[in-house]
Structures are given as structure tokens and as C-alpha cells.
Design a protein around this ligand. Structure first.
Ligand code: NAP
Length: 318
């Protein structure tokens, strides 16, 4: 562990590098098609707290030359009108990727909406097909936050293979996909949740701790093993400040490396979503025979992996 506390794993510089590469890809796409790739951001009502996040995504799109479009369905939107709006975007060949504002209004069923998105345009990996591909070890679209949580380790040259990892949180969009990604990187993974008995014991055993619970201060310094690597995915507002789920000041004295909140996983999430959009656009090119095939999202792990065997089967959803 470095003197003076843990190494800071900052997402900002990695995100800048990624955005630079995306800008180049977007320029090449524009050259081939005479237009920018298009991301549609579907919202129902502008009041939701997630508007801040969606606004950041649209600004990032603008910076790299992606055409980010807000598609607004009335705040009183019914499930039918939202599904219809998504189907229209699926059918529009000029739209390459779709994300939908979450959480949805309480009257709208999540499954109806995620199932409505064309898996080939589902750049945040929420469609059951993409979730299933990840579960099976194939290369569909990944949920951007889970992707960022693991990518920050990879790009910071933190060893994952063979290490004991604990993921705190088992949501379909963050905790579970992060756990599957760690398994894919050959970590030995335990998933904890609100019914876990003796969370502290599990965390103490872990060499890598990913936390996505939405509970500020859930993980204290005393719970961590000395030298652990900590990725804090949580975003909470406490006394007007954004904090994670980990007690940062305590944890940095014990951990060998830790992501700050804000400034860790968040900026990387945003940048990776842009790479997913570029992948979708290129995947659609190859599906229509007007362009080249795509590289996989991440370099293959060192052990044999089934996804290499199904490139053709998954091509439409990259
Ligand atoms: P979620 O759907 O509410 O899931 C929270 C998970 O944490 C659940 O699995 C829950 O267990 C578990 N949990 C809650 N309290 C716990 C406790 N005391 N001990 C152990 N586990 C506990 O939340 P989410 O959508 O996954 O998001 C998690 C966090 O990530 C939130 O703070 C969110 O704001 C943040 N987030 C960050 C980004 C980013 O870009 N950094 C993006 C999206 C979300 P049960 O399953 O048993 O209920």
C-alpha cells in the first residue's frame, strides 16, 4: 500500500482516453455514412432525478460527435405509449442505440419496457437477451455501470484473476452483472445482499470489494482486509454532498486502492456507454453488410471462453 493511504482509482483520466478513441470512431462512421451515429434517450417526464445523469450523457454525446436525441413521452405516459415510442425507434434505421430513463413511473412494468427494446440497440444491456448472454459468458451489451466497475480495475492494472472478490448488491442492472463480469475475469466471487448474515465477515475475506447497495457508510474501514481493492459504485446524497457506500476516509487508510465518489466509477460509466453506442452502430453496419465486423467489447480472458465460439450467433446484438 502506498504511504499516506490507498492509491486513488480515478475514472476521469480513463474516461478521457476512451472518449478520445470514441471521437475517432465516430468521425470514421460519419465518413462512411454521411451522418453521426444516433443515441435516443427516452424519457417520460423531466422531473426525475435521473435527468441529471441523462443530461450528462447527452453532453458527452455532443463532445464526441454522437447525435444524442431526447425522445420525450408525456409525463403521464402509459405503458402502451412508451412501448410504441420504443418500437418506433427500433424500426428507425437511423437510430443506433436506445436508453430509457429509470426508474419508470410506478404504473409502468419494467419487463414490458426492457423487452420492447431491440437487443441490437440495447446499449445499456438491460434486455433479457443481453443479460442472458452475459450470464452465459457471451459477448452481448453490458450494463454500463457494471462494466465501468470492472473496467476501472482492468485499466488500473489491478490483478483480478484468482482473487477473492465480494460484490455487495445483487440488482439486475449493477450488482449481478458486475459479479458475472468478475467471474469472467476469473475472480472467485461472493455476492452479498440485504439478507446476508455477517456481511463484515464476507467483506473481511475479500481482496476485491465492489459495493453497489445505495447505503452510505455501509462499508467501514474496520470491515476491510488490509490491502483490499475497493470499488465504490454507490451514489448517495448526504447533507447535499454526493457520497458512495463506503466510508472513504476510513477505507483509504486500510485499502491498497479505492475509487473516489464522485470521480470514480461514474465518469467511466458515461464514457463506456458511448463505446457501446459505437459498437451498436458498427454491429448494425455489419448486419446490413455495409461495414466491417466488431472487435469484442473486452479482450478475451486468458482461459478458454465460450463466447469466441458464438461470434456469429451474437453478431446482431453487439
Ligand atoms: P438497488 O436496485 O436498490 O439494489 C441495491 C442492492 O443492495 C440490493 O441487492 C440490496 O439487497 C443490497 N443491499 C441493500 N442494503 C444492503 C445492506 N445493508 N447490506 C447488504 N446489501 C444491501 O440499487 P442499484 O440500482 O443496484 O444501485 C446501487 C447503487 O449504485 C446505488 O447507490 C445507485 O445510485 C448506484 N449507481 C451508480 C451508478 C454509477 O454510475 N456509479 C449507476 C447506477 C447506480 P436485496 O437484493 O436483498 O434488496
Amino acid at each position: 500500500m502506498p504511504r499516506g493511504g490507498a492509491r486513488l482509482l480515478e475514472g476521469g483520466p480513463i474516461a478521457t482516453e476512451i472518449r478520445q478513441a470514441v471521437s475517432e470512431d465516430v468521425a470514421a462512421y460519419r465518413e462512411r455514412h454521411g451522418r453521426a451515429p444516433v443515441l435516443a434517450v427516452v424519457i417520460c417526464g423531466r422531473d426525475a432525478p435521473s435527468m441529471v445523469y441523462l443530461g450528462q450523457i447527452l453532453r458527452s454525446c455532443e463532445k464526441v460527435g454522437i447525435d444524442g436525441r431526447l425522445v420525450e413521452v408525456d409525463g403521464e405516459a402509459s405503458e402502451t405509449s412508451l412501448v410504441e415510442a420504443i418500437r418506433a425507434l427500433n424500426a428507425d434505421p437511423n437510430v443506433n442505440g436506445i436508453i430509457v430513463q429509470m426508474p419508470l413511473p410506478p404504473t409502468i412494468r419494467l419487463l414490458s419496457i426492457v423487452e420492447a427494446i431491440d437487443p441490437a440497440k440495447d446499449i445499456d444491456g438491460i434486455h433479457p437477451l443481453n443479460a442472458g448472454l452475459l450470464r452465459l459468458g457471451y459477448d452481448g451489451f453490458l450494463p454500463a455501470t457494471a462494466h465501468a466497475a470492472v473496467e476501472i480495475l482492468r485499466r488500473s492494472a489491478i490483478e483480478i484473476e484468482g482473487r477473492r472478490a465480494v460484490v455487495v448488491g445483487r440488482s439486475a442492472v449493477v450488482g449481478m452483472p458486475a459479479a458475472f463480469l468478475l467471474v469472467r475475469e476469473n475472480a472467485t466471487v461472493t455476492v452479498c445482499h440485504s439478507r446476508t448474515r455477517d456481511l463484515a465477515r464476507h467483506v473481511k475475506d475479500a481482496e476485491i470489494v465492489l459495493v453497489a447497495a445505495g447505503k452510505p457508510g455501509l462499508i467501514t474501514g474496520a470491515m476491510l482486509r488490509r490491502g483490499a481493492v475497493v470499488v465504490d459504485i454507490g451514489i448517495n446524497v448526504v447533507d447535499g454532498r454526493i457520497v458512495g457506500d463506503v466510508d472513504f476516509e476510513e477505507a483509504r487508510r486500510v485499502a491498497s486502492a479505492i475509487t473516489p465518489v464522485p470521480g470514480g466509477v461514474g465518469p467511466l460509466t458515461n464514457a463506456l456507454l458511448l463505446t457501446h453506442l459505437v459498437r451498436a452502430a458498427r454491429g448494425q453496419e455489419s448486419a446490413t453488410g455495409s461495414g466491417g465486423d466488431l472487435p469484442p467489447e473486452a479482450p478475451p480472458p486468458s482461459s478458454p471462453h465460450p463466447r469466441d465460439a458464438v461470434g456469429a450467433a451474437t453478431r446482431g446484438v453487439r
